[in-house]
Design a protein around this ligand. Structure first.
Ligand code: GUN
Ligand code: FE
Length: 448
């Protein structure tokens, strides 16, 4: 694979270490070590080492996007049946599709296309739900590694007979735990694996037995790996745990040992104040899926409140609960959803009673969450241009003719917000993960 390991790139880099702000590293040289981590960031005025790759004028380097919630097997139904409520959509469309991944040929084709497309869209790290199948989950990890994507991959656990169909379910709680352990071992032992990690993945409480949840919690403590699940996504999903356990799903997950520093809770729309305190105390993170929540969430996640309380938050597309695979779109929808919450939605109510003032976030905050925020949630050194961080980066060409950014002569570095709102895949000239060139119009040359 071509790339920048052991070399240096000169250009203007833009990242967002804190929410609401960007930091512009104007005309700097970023040098990489042999492992593809950032070694040094120094102004070009201090000297440019020989062999440094120079970015063309007008182009910018941004951190790669971290998508904190992707159902890899659902890519073939992106944009399908979003007029159904969550529990119907799962049973009628999603479980039948996911069951097809018992067929490894189908899995290979769908997963290969997904990873290629996500890299082209700038998603350098993805936190993936796979399916219940051990082999197909391992295949997703192998495909991510082969294409160079930083990926966290989980075998989905769903073993509760009353809520999961006969044709798509773990055979027993013990089989679910054993298969999860086998996938963890397999991923950790993949030859040359410097970027794919295993994830313990109970689908959500409504699909799991107490026995499976207990066993997965023990496994999380034993293996120290990441955990992901859906939490308080909709009225129905939130209400389910209250009925079954007499406590919220967040609290139940904590009791099962599934709320850790390396846990990512998808959605979390209906977290109570006490739930948020538990999430923060555990150092766990939330995958905010603004677009998907419009269809299945029944409400808008109080993002500002979660951030103000100090929770780790990143963004997720929730392919295919959300009909877009683009993290740029996820940023845009995050801003829009926050404004809808701020203002409210019912035009027949007086303005003062319509929304929740103080809820809006800006694009720079969304960009921070989609990059550095995702890195913090995953406890990985990604999302920033700092020594020690992995060089996961996008070369943005605002002037690309086939792209959608039109600056009419303005300097790109002064128009980051506009670029984030209007850019599309054609504006991403190259994509790097760990210093390796993984996507781009010119994988053979221009930037490597
Ligand atoms: N809850 C349980 N499974 C799913 C899923 O596949 N998508 C979404 N959006 N919510 C879920
Ligand atoms: Fe989901």
């Amino acid at each position: 694979m071509t790339g920048l390991r052991g070399r240096a790139l000169r250009g203007t880099f833009v990242h967002a270490p804190v929410r609401g702000e960007i930091e512009v590293l104007d005309d700097v040289v970023v040098s990489l070590d042999a492992e593809g981590r950032i070694d040094r960031v120094v102004p070009a005025a201090e000297g440019v080492p020989e062999g440094t790759v120079e970015l063309p004028a007008g182009q910018l380097v941004l951190p790669g996007f971290v998508d904190l919630h992707v159902h890899a097997p659902q890519y073939p139904q992106l944009g399908l049946a979003l007029d159904e409520p969550l529990e119907v959509w799962l049973q009628k469309y999603t479980f039948p599709l996911e069951a097809r991944y018992a067929d490894l040929d189908f899995a290979r084709e769908a997963y290969g296309t997904l990873v290629t497309d996500l890299l082209a869209g700038g998603t350098t790290t993805a936190l993936y739900f796979a399916t219940v199948h051990r082999e197909a989950t391992e295949l997703l990890a192998e495909i991510s590694l082969a294409q160079g994507q930083r990926a966290l991959v989980g075998k989905v656990v769903m073993d509760l007979a009353e809520s999961c169909p006969d044709y798509y379910r773990d055979a027993t709680p013990q089989a679910a735990i054993d298969d999860t352990r086998a996938v963890i071992d397999h991923i950790r032992a993949l030859p040359g694996n410097d970027r794919v990690l295993p994830v313990i993945t109970p689908r959500f409480i409504p699909s799991c037995t107490d026995e499976a949840l207990t066993g997965l919690g023990q496994l999380a403590a034993e293996c120290g790996c990441h955990v992901q699940t859906h939490c308080s996504e909709s009225d129905w999903a939130h209400g389910y745990a209250l009925e079954r356990f007499g406590r919220t799903d967040t609290d139940a997950l904590r009791q099962f040992g599934l709320l850790t520093r390396k846990t990512v809770l998808a959605h979390s729309v209906f977290l109570t104040d006490a739930d948020m305190d538990e999430v923060r105390a555990a150092g766990a993170g939330v995958a905010h899926c603004a677009l998907s929540n419009m269809y299945f969430g029944n409400a808008v996640f109080p993002l500002r409140k979660a951030l103000d309380k100090g929770l780790h938050v990143g963004l997720g597309t929730d392919i295919s609960g959300g009909p877009s695979a683009s993290m740029l779109e996820a940023c845009r929808t995050t801003v829009a959803a926050s404004r809808v919450l701020d203002d409210g939605v019912d035009a027949e109510r007086p303005a003062g009673e319509r929304g929740r003032p103080g809820s809006r976030v800006d694009m720079l905050t969304a960009f921070h969450l989609a990059t550095a925020g995702g890195g913090v949630a995953l406890d990985l050194d990604i999302g920033l241009f700092r020594p020690g961080y992995h060089f996961d980066a996008l070369i943005v060409d605002p002037a690309a003719a086939a792209g959608t950014v039109r600056l009419f002569g303005a300097q790109p570095v002064e128009r980051i917000e506009q670029i984030l709102y209007t850019a599309s895949r054609a504006n991403l000239a190259a994509v790097y993960v760990g210093g390796d060139l993984v996507s781009g119009a010119d994988r053979s040359g221009a930037y490597s």
